[in-house]
Design a protein around this ligand. Sequence first.
Ligand SMILES: C[S@@+](CC[C@H](N)C(=O)[O-])C[C@H]1O[C@@H](n2cnc3c(N)ncnc32)[C@H](O)[C@@H]1O
Length: 280
Amino acid sequence: MCPPAWVADNIPTLLRPTILLWIAAYHFFMTILEIIFVERKPTKLLNLTNVRMQSFARLWTYNGEAMSEEMPGPLDELLSRCQGVILDIGPGSGELLRRFKTEKISAIYGAEPAADLHAGLLRNARKAGFGDKYHALLCGGEPESLIPALHKSGILKVSGTGGTAENGVFDEICCLRVLCGVPHPKETIKGLYELLKPGGRMIICEHVANPWRTEGSMLARFLQVVFTILGWPFFMGGCELQRHTPEFLRAAGEWEKFDLEYVGAKDAVPFVVGELVKKL
Ligand SMILES: C[S@@+](CC[C@H](N)C(=O)[O-])C[C@H]1O[C@@H](n2cnc3c(N)ncnc32)[C@H](O)[C@@H]1O
């Protein structure tokens, strides 16, 4: 391909995250203004982590629906097969809930740490027809936050904060655009593996470090470093572009099936989508 054609074909895709980064920075500054002039609680600015969380919730409230219209790869089909008791890590405002078949699901637990997203989450759960099958938990996916919340909800008999659960309580666990932002991802993913029943399924749709050594692109991998330096994790609520999530998933435990495919492998925000089945 001649250089101008290559530029026309590749640069827009590679630079698309710039737009999102600008939008995230805009919401961050609007959040600061809202805290000062609308909420009139300027001392809240002292807790930068909470400000960033609130800012990401604002970004997602305004843009989550548009960013969920088209999902990568075979995700719709994977979600339509979900059944039994489900754990959904970081459901946000529940934009993806309508893709599940509610009649196949007996209960679904959404572990969402952003309090500002819970109203939208419950509204979308009702709209999708979950009724009282939906349980919104105010917690993260990391064991020290998730395990006590699950214990409080009644589904886990044992408590503790170390990530040890009974040998699996969930038929399926969904990690959809969330593992990029969980703290200590290796341990968090291991904790989720332990919560999955033997033979249970994990549905994955995550953006990851560009696989430039195999099917990816060195330029896209370089741009991931650039976007990170420009403040992607700061403005995007802790979301990291360079996570090696497939490796962490592989190392979490023994799998009967490990079926992940790259979608947009040459992009600056490439996804892995697929299903993993825990060994019986
Ligand atoms: C990009 S949004 C994705 C929302 C939803 N899963 C979807 O795909 O539509 C990421 C979500 O993860 C949540 N999140 C951030 N840190 C988290 C953590 N430690 N554990 C669980 N969820 C977290 C955010 O609050 C946000 O709702």
